[in-house]
Design a protein around this ligand. Structure first.
Ligand SMILES: *Cc1c(COP(=O)(O)O)cnc(C)c1O
Length: 229
């Protein structure tokens, strides 16, 4: 038997309302909808949410055509260069840019689609091993090699990072601080005249209050809006 789940419908709306009440308006809430249905995303949209984040290209391609065209789509998961051509026609923000190779491909596909794509540089700030993100200890050497003038169809909009999956407040504070300091350093080194370089994407369901306290401008929140995955 199937029937409308009224409890869940109001849950998404209520969760969003509560987050908007707690999170200062200068911080943009990205609703992370990976694994969630088009119907759930539509409920959040109907509650006024416009920024949505997805991790997987294939999943995004299946959902996007069924949803309103004024949604601002954020790609937040690792992006392979051979998948860029599929998202370039519609994506607004890529939070996971972590190589020059990816920047070059994004520029090529953005130009082909006659679009400007916002890019956030991802940094690895957590203690858990991960292949993704520029390394916090040597990023200057790597980023110094990149000619930032060479991407007219990209807006380098800021930085992104994921903290460790721990409850230790001090550790989380230290990791978010690391990302904020990288942001400030890059702003000064390469982007002092780039007005669009202003975003610090950090904070998820479990740790957003600490991230916001440490300078986050974009929080990526999934389970606290849509329920557990
Ligand atoms: C899944 C995911 C999130 C959201 O996680 P929640 O804990 O559900 O809020 C945020 N950022 C990234 C990169 C993710 O993969």
């Amino acid at each position: 038997m199937s029937y409308p789940n009224y409890w869940f419908m109001s849950a998404i709306k209520n969760n969003l309302a509560e987050l908007r009440r707690m999170i200062p308006p200068r911080v943009r809430i990205i609703a992370v909808s990976k694994t969630k249905s088009v119907a759930d995303i539509q409920l959040a949209y109907d509650a006024g949410q416009r920024d949505f984040g997805e991790n997987y290209v294939q999943e995004m391609l299946e959902k996007v055509p069924h949803l309103p065209s004024d949604i601002v789509w954020h790609a937040i998961g690792h992006l392979q260069t051979n998948k860029v051509k599929f998202v370039a026609p519609f994506i607004h923000y890529i939070h996971s840019v972590d190589s020059e190779k990816l920047l070059v491909e994004l520029e090529k596909q953005a130009e082909k689609n006659n679009r400007i794509i916002n890019c956030l540089l991802q940094f690895h700030i957590a203690t858990e091993e991960s292949k993704f993100g520029f390394r916090a200890h040597n990023y200057q050497e790597v980023l110094d090699q990149i000619s930032w003038e060479g991407f007219p169809h990209l807006k380098i909009a800021g930085v992104m990072g994921m903290a460790s999956f721990v409850e230790n407040q001090k550790q989380l504070e230290s990791e978010f601080n690391t990302l904020l300091n990288i942001f400030l350093d890059l702003k000064q080194r390469y982007f002092s005249n780039t007005e669009s370089f202003k975003e610090v994407s950090m904070g998820m369901s479990a740790d957003w209050p600490i991230a916001v306290e440490h300078g986050s401008t974009m929080v990526r929140i999934g389970s606290s809006i849509f329920g557990t995955r």
